[in-house]
Design a protein around this ligand. Sequence first.
Ligand code: ZN
Length: 313
Amino acid sequence: MPEVLKAPLVVEFPFTRSLGPVQSAFLTGLRERVVLGVKTADGRVLVPPVEYDPVTAAEIRDLVEVAPTGTVTTWAWNHAPRRGQPLTTPFAWALIRLDGADTALLHALDAPGPDAVHTGMRVRVRWAGERVGAITDIACFEPYDGDRAGPAGHTGEFEDPVTGIVAPARLDYTYSPGRAQSAYLHALAEQRVVGERCPSCRKVYVPPRGACPTCGVATSEQVEVGPRGTVTTFCIVNIKAKNLDIEVPYVYAHIALDGADLALHGRIAGIPYDRVRMGLRVEPVWPAGGGHPDHYRPTGEPDADYETYKELV
Ligand SMILES: [Zn+2]
């Protein structure tokens, strides 16, 4: 049994989100050191604001300013802050009901240790030095024993409102592909493609996942497939991906390797993007030293007859 692989994997992408009128006012307010909530029909003030009443589902547009001071309603100590969290030193995650609000906002509370935090303690906003219209404009909360600050009654109208944010998403974890895909990856290192056959329906899965999704039984019989295959369907990519050094437009295709009963995907190169077609015969171009094919290129064979791959489209 070959070694089951394991590797660090980071999935990272910027998520661009438009805000709508309520979140736009909330985040623009933070940029201007104003905390806004919304008032529901029955008079409750919700902070952070939402666009629809959680009880009646009615649309809410009535913005109301609340104070930058408040009370901790509950909390948990974070003794090991992780990358991207509001503070780099240990802190409390706290639910904080700002003065004038009926609901609590989740944020970081900077305190010397858990003994310094308790439910009911008074806190205030510590504003970030540079504010851009994001929740991080509140750097954190800090203990506060001064007077209740009265809100100034801001209407929520701003010049140059923030209308969108880019939220960086990042998943950082250790990935183990399991037995079947480890065997697949070990074979790729030798420039071979290995799938697994279902003992029940006899389909050959590439890449193998270790079980047949149709029959629900484990697969174990290894079958070498390809390396040539047929383009079953494709798309032309016109949007350049961040950190991906491929000129657009390019073609990404479903490719049924010879002997496989499932198409895998790969990039097609070595042919103008507008000449790629269903039925095109392709072969992998291996990176130096083996591994996942960099792309597939035409073999020069006649196109495959549709009848031979129609079940794989
Ligand atoms: Zn099966």
